[in-house]
Design a protein around this ligand. Structure first.
Ligand code: PMT
Length: 397
């Protein structure tokens, strides 16, 4: 059974890390505690050693580590790194890749899921720099147990209170449960828009930000899959460990997807492929006086339909971006493209669909069964979709 590495940093809520340690132990996990030097000044490592039955690691270089390169050796055995409580400092170090003590060095070496439970003064948590660090780590696949509101050690009231230990344990165990469910599978995800050039300056495109597709890729990675992410131009950090193929046009996306398709077990087409391209793109900038009265367009290849015609055992997932008759239009796409599942979202709304952080969908399978979801973050929706996809995989095996 994989070990849990519990990183402990210096916040007044440090004593709650003992409850988290106990919670993981009750679930049957062996826990290795890693403390920062400041944490070890606030509370004796002896307490954590007594609870865990293992020597706490504080120093990067210590004579008594049983391993030659301790952080690498421990990283191999670790199924989850949970940092409870996490200060603004450790979050900043993780985000920037600064490795100047055992815990921050370990973070770079570990390949397991990472759960961070921040605890700090409200102003520090809401500081734009801390928020940017949190966003960046999230984008790279780190999970956060959100701090709650309440009275803080500094006497202020606000956000920054460590999440409840039971909640942190439940989140950690859920991450562990999901972490291997797609092991051995190759997942091909497309995300973002495509750009169809008119000339070297102008193009035709759409509003896709790539968020939905990136979340689908991130969740597949968290579940242990090998992930190939074919992405149009977006302003997002790709998830760590994804094999990223950057494309611009629908034709480039088609070539990349067809190349990867034979090795994929599951294909998720979350990209908003432009439906039209200019019939006669120019290699030079079109000057205003030479601008024709109208510009002819031609349809782009329907990549998903091609995959539907060629599929040989792959699970094929499409998305349907609709502004009306969501269910009927999506059902027609399931059939026309020979899909195993379609995620139908209403893109006429501003609070979901294109660019938004949230989404809400109808999940429609090949038999026409419709499962409506609540409105939730794209990250949460990607979990729901992967849960349904795993059921499809189980039914097939
Ligand atoms: O990127 P975000 O800002 O997070 O927004 C998310 C999203 C709205 C883009 C996403 O949730 C979504 O709906 N993606 C599919 C967009 C789309 O192209 O839908 P469609 O109904 O036009 O196409 C149906 C399916 O066919 C899609 O899976 C699409 O990838 C695929 N397709 C479409 C056209 C084409 N030429 N080739 C294709 O493969």
């Amino acid at each position: 059974m994989a070990k849990i590495a519990l990183g402990v940093t210096s916040s007044v809520s440090i004593y709650k890390a003992c409850e988290v340690l106990r919670g993981f132990q009750k679930a049957g996990y062996e826990v290795q505690v890693l403390m920062t030097r400041n944490a070890a000044r606030l509370i004796s490592p002896l307490l954590f050693s007594s609870l865990s039955g293992r020597k706490v690691i504080v120093e990067l270089f210590a004579d008594d580590h049983p391993w030659s390169v301790a952080h690498v050796a421990l990283a191999r055995e670790t199924g989850l790194l949970a940092v409870v409580p996490a200060t603004a400092n450790i979050i900043a170090k993780f985000a920037r890749g600064i490795a100047d003590d055992f815990l921050s060095t370990f973070y770079l070496a570990v390949e397991s899921p990472v759960l961070i439970a921040p605890a700090m003064n409200a102003a520090m948590f809401l500081h734009p720099r801390t928020q940017a660090n949190v966003r960046e780590l999230r984008a790279r696949g780190v999970e956060f147990a959100e701090p709650g509101r309440g009275y803080l050690a500094c006497g202020d009231e606000g956000v920054g209170r460590l999440a409840e230990p039971e909640e942190i344990v439940a989140r950690g165990l859920d991450l562990l449960r999901r972490s291997g469910s797609l092991r051995g599978r190759t997942v091909l995800v497309t995300a973002g828009p495509t750009r169809e050039s008119l000339d070297p300056v102008r193009f035709l495109s759409n509003r896709s930000s790539g968020k939905m597709g990136y979340e689908m890729a991130r969740e597949a990675l968290a579940r242990g899959a090998r992930v190939v992410l074919v992405t149009g131009p977006v302003a997002l950090f790709p998830p760590a460990k994804a094999e990223v193929v950057r494309v611009e046009s629908a034709a480039e996306m088609e070539a990349a997807v067809l190349r990867e398709f034979p090795r994929a077990d599951i294909v998720v087409m979350a990209a908003a492929v432009a439906d039209f391209a200019f019939a006669a793109p120019s290699g030079r900038k079109i000057k205003k006086p030479g601008l024709p009265e109208s510009l002819a367009v031609v349809p782009t290849p329907d990549i998903l339909k091609m995959l539907g015609a060629r599929k040989a055992g792959q699970v094929l997932v499409g998305f349907a971006a609709e502004t009306e008759d969501l269910r009927e239009n999506a059902l027609a796409k399931v059939r026309a493209k020979n899909l195993d599942l379609i995620v139908a979202n209403d893109v006429s709304r501003g609070d979901i669909g294109f660019e938004a952080d949230d989404n809400q969908a109808l999940l429609i399978d090949a038999a026409g069964r419709v499962t409506p979801t609540a409105k939730m973050s794209k990250r949460e929706l990607s979990r729901e979709i992967w849960n349904v996809l795993e059921e499809i995989l189980v039914r097939r095996s």
